[in-house]
Design a protein around this ligand. Structure first.
Ligand code: 5RP
Length: 228
């Protein structure tokens, strides 16, 4: 049986027009979208892709897509990405991948940012199941750990450690990641302004009011949610 992420990916395919430049994020739902795209040889030949993800890039290369470097583009027609969790206002947490700085850049470049996923990710309000992740320049880590505890009374900040090698996870930008585990989630509109005010924090994994639409597949069918 087709899983719900596949269903959402197949629906997302309908947005892509010949000749467009599209951004693609990370994860299994995006891999399904690439699978459907490669089945339409004419569409595959006509589009240009840009990706925030190393694994997605490998997949695009394998199937012969035209790929541009992020630094070579300033706008996209569409950006598709999955997420860990998103709410009714389409605020999304994209915390698991640790590549949110590039993902946010591509989302901001796009005329339309569309979240795709299965219904398990859709919640009334963002909840503490996932951390808010911050990318931090290495020299600022001790300072940032201190500051976030001063700003948020309900946070436990933890430097992300690799489970494949000894030491911290290092991002593509040479920085570290700190997972901010909240016991109670602060008001969602206050999180980014407070974090971005702390010197040394490059970007957060909270995508506040960035997505225009979400394509969500549930047991009863596909729903398209638009931000109002
Ligand atoms: C990671 C992400 C990914 O897009 C998300 O994990 C996608 O997951 P899935 O495999 O369910 O498509 O935001 O931070």
């Amino acid at each position: 049986m087709e899983d719900l992420k596949q269903v959402a990916a197949r629906e997302a395919l309908k947005y892509i027009q010949a000749g467009s430049t599209i951004g693609l994020g990370a994860g299994s739902t995006i891999a399904h979208l690439i699978h459907y795209l490669k089945e339409d040889a004419a569409l595959l030949q006509s589009i240009t892709t840009v990706t925030s993800s190393y694994n997605t890039q490998l997949l695009l290369q394998e199937h012969g897509f035209t790929i541009k470097e992020i630094g070579g583009v300033s706008r996209l027609d569409l950006y598709f990405d999955g997420c860990d969790q998103f709410d009714r206002q389409l605020n999304a947490l994209k915390s698991g991948g640790g590549i949110h700085t590039r993902e946010k850049l591509l989302a901001a470049m796009a005329d339309k940012f569309i979240i795709i996923g299965d219904g398990s990710k859709y919640v009334d309000q963002l909840y503490v199941t996932y951390p808010v992740v911050i990318e931090v320049i290495p020299e600022a880590v001790p300072f940032v750990l201190l500051q976030v505890k001063k700003v948020f009374s309900t946070v436990n900040p933890v430097v992300r450690i690799s489970n494949k090698k000894d030491g911290a996870v290092i991002t593509e930008n040479g920085n570290l990641l700190i997972d901010l585990w909240f016991t109670t989630f602060p008001p969602v509109d206050t999180i980014n302004p407070q974090l971005k005010a702390i010197p040394g924090i490059l970007e957060t994994s909270l995508f506040y009011q960035m997505a225009q639409e979400a394509v969500v597949a549930g047991k009863t069918g596909v729903e398209v949610i638009r931000r109002v």
